[in-house]
Write a protein that binds this ligand. Structure first.
Ligand SMILES: C[S@@+](CC[C@H](N)C(=O)[O-])C[C@H]1O[C@@H](n2cnc3c(N)ncnc32)[C@H](O)[C@@H]1O
Length: 275
């Protein structure tokens, strides 16, 4: 692939998703786009760049971006955020007016393990939530991942990663070699396509936001923008969870770390903000 083609393709991916492809990622384009190129009968990455420069290439561009997302996920990934959530939810339930659901956003939900881990945590709290409804919204850029999340069907390998066996037996139904999330958990989550580069206000306000292991793919200005948007829609007593390799430091002063908790952030009180 010529440097010109690489720059064009990487630019398109950045504009459409925020994902930054550095110059050493040429191999990644080759490996991840191979299937798509064969299916579309496109001879190679230079030919793809040519096709995408032409008008009416919208669907192909979307397909390329999807193929370049990294969708790695697992149940109860990193453990800690879910332990924190277990302590937080009863407090939020007690603080909300009667009848108001607790709303939780799994932004960049991939194949759904994060959203279902949230649902399992909420159900496990039982009476501690005093009958409070928990509404989970799972969003991602990838239609393919959203479809997987919606179906809630996982392989033995996937359920073995992070899901204690009692939870598996309680919340999943075995179907041959696969496991499907039980209908009552699936009913707690609604799935929707959403690009984190877009204005999230249409999704409504949230008590809790999980935005984990996606900011790592963005550059600093994009991270800042996304974090500021998250801060604007999370409740004053709610939190934003980020991935272990992610931080708000140097990116926004609208979110501040919760003291003593790794990866947990809360909206800064207006007086604490400097700009
Ligand atoms: C590594 S997965 C993280 C999944 C989950 N949050 C976790 O921590 O296990 C990253 C996800 O971010 C999604 N993604 C990448 N760029 C995005 C964007 N601009 N808007 C929404 N989702 C995006 C990808 O499709 C992918 O499913």
């Amino acid at each position: 692939m010529t440097p010109d083609s690489f720059n064009f393709l990487a630019g398109l991916v950045k504009v459409r998703s925020g994902i930054v492809l550095t110059a050493d990622k040429g191999y990644m384009l080759e490996t991840r786009l191979g299937t798509m190129l064969r299916r579309e009968g496109i001879a190679g990455l230079d030919a793809l760049a040519l096709r995408l420069r032409a008008p009416r290439s919208e669907a192909l561009a979307a397909e390329m971006v999807e193929a370049l997302t990294t969708n790695e996920s697992s149940f109860f990934r990193d453990g800690k955020p879910f332990e924190h959530l277990k302590k937080l939810l009863p407090k939020l339930a007690a603080a909300r007016p009667p009848g108001q659901a607790i709303r939780i956003w799994s932004a960049a939900c991939s194949s759904g393990q994060e959203a279902y881990s949230i649902a399992i945590t909420a159900v496990g709290l039982g009476a501690a939530l005093a009958g409070r409804r928990v509404e989970i919204v799972g969003t991602d850029l990838s239609q393919e991942m959203l479809q997987r999340a919606r179906e809630g069907v996982y392989t033995q390998f996937e359920v073995q990663r992070g899901l204690p066996v009692q939870m598996l037996v309680k919340h999943f139904r075995q179907e041959g070699t696969r496991w499907q999330v039980a209908p009552e958990l699936r009913a707690m989550v609604c799935w929707q396509a959403f690009n984190l580069l877009d204005d999230p206000r249409g999704l409504g306000r949230f008590d809790v936001v999980f935005c984990r292991n996606v900011l790592i793919y963005f550059d600093a200005p994009t991270k800042s923008r996304v974090l500021a948007a998250l801060a604007s829609l999370v409740a004053a007593d709610g939190v934003v969870y980020l991935g272990g390799a992610e931080t708000v430091l140097g990116l926004t002063d609208r979110l501040v770390p919760t003291p003593g908790e790794r990866g947990v952030y809360e909206a800064a009180r207006p007086a604490a903000r400097t700009g």
